[in-house]
Structures are given as C-alpha cells and as structure tokens.
Design a protein around this ligand. Structure first.
Ligand code: SF4
Ligand code: SF4
Length: 183
C-alpha cells in the first residue's frame, strides 16, 4: 500500500480539475466558430464548404435580404469555414463549452442587404459582396478609367448583364464582355 502511495505521489496529478478550474487548450485547437457580422460579405463560401450543413444561407428577394445561419448543434469543428472565408468573418476559437439549455441558443443568424439591379430593379446580390469585388479589382490594378464601367456592370443582375453584354463593347468596354457571361 505504501509503495503504491509513494508511486502515486511521484507521478503527480494525472487529471485536471475541470470544470472547477479552467482548462487551457493546445495551440491550434479547433473550437466554436465565431462569426463577425461586420466582416461578412455574404459570399456563401462557408456554407458551400461546411460538410454537415451547419452553416446555411437563404435569399429572400421579396425583402431584399440574404440570411446567414449557423447551427452549432451540427458543427463538427472541421475548420473549413475558417479556411475558405475571404474576409476572416468566421474563425475558430478556443471555446469548447457549447452546452445550452435550449436548442434555440445553438443558433446564430444574421441578415445582409441585397442590392437592386440598376436596370430591372430586382434584388440580386449582397451589396457587401459587390463592394468587395470592386475593391478587389481596384486592388488588383484595374485602371482608374475602367472603374465606372465595372461598377455599372456589377450593379446589373445576371439576366440584365447578359442582355446588355451584346452591346458591351460600346457601353462598358472589356468589363461588359468579361462579366456578361457570369452568373
Ligand atoms: S467548423 Fe466545419 S462543421 Fe463547423 S461550421 Fe465550420 S465548416 Fe461547418
Ligand atoms: S465565407 Fe465569410 S464572408 Fe462569406 S458568407 Fe461565410 S462568413 Fe460571410
């Protein structure tokens, strides 16, 4: 018995006192994905990449909003959303205590505005996504002379864009031709 006690004292603590004491997680730990509404452009990349469909997005063209939803009850902490998000709007945190008293507490939802097509007036794409695309084009070195043309093209819904693409050479230049075929 004494021998056993001596051995136990030598080994020290084999367990942690959690939940009475906080636990420090290892670097790179994949915990609860945290969403930052101010950075989200509603591009949908996270929803497409999420294997268990914990993240979903819906478009309501009547109200002109795109909703972003996460169900933490379905999350498998794979980190795909974090990897694919172009703006860092969703990142995995060190948080792992997800127990909730109600199912509703496992949901997080946000709504982002859709932009109207400048030609037909229909809602078609998240305003922030369009702003992001334009900013990326400028950053990529788009000549200043082309800014207006691209801006006009981006504000058209895919249907009107295709329709106008025929006369793109005269109206929008190269931007019209390139984006005319995009959905
Ligand atoms: S961590 Fe994985 S499962 Fe969880 S929301 Fe992100 S992509 Fe989906
Ligand atoms: S990938 Fe990022 S920016 Fe795009 S919808 Fe998801 S959280 Fe928002």
């Amino acid at each position: 018995m004494l021998k056993l006690l001596r051995k136990a004292l030598q080994v020290g603590e084999a367990t942690v006192a959690y939940p009475f004491k906080p636990v420090e997680v290892a670097p790179g730990f994949r915990g609860k994905p945290v969403y930052d509404f101010s950075r989200c452009i509603a591009c949908g990349a996270c929803a497409t990449a999420c294997p268990p469909n914990a993240i979903t997005m819906d478009c309501d063209v009547e109200r002109g909003v795109k909703s972003w939803n996460i169900n933490y009850g379905r999350c498998i902490f794979c980190g795909r959303c974090d990897e694919v998000c172009p703006t860092g709007a969703i990142v995995l945190s060190a948080e792992f205590e997800l127990a909730a008293a109600s199912k509703e507490d496992l949901y997080c939802r946000a709504e982002l505005k859709l932009c109207k097509c400048i030609s037909c007036g229909a809602y078609f794409a998240p305003c922030r996504e369009l702003e992001y695309v334009l900013a990326s084009l400028k950053q990529a070195g788009l000549p200043e002379s082309g800014h207006e043309g691209w801006e006009q093209i981006l504000k058209l819904c895919p249907k009107c864009r295709r329709r106008k693409a025929g006369s793109a050479a005269g109206t929008f230049g190269r931007a019209g031709k390139v984006l005319g075929g995009r959905r």
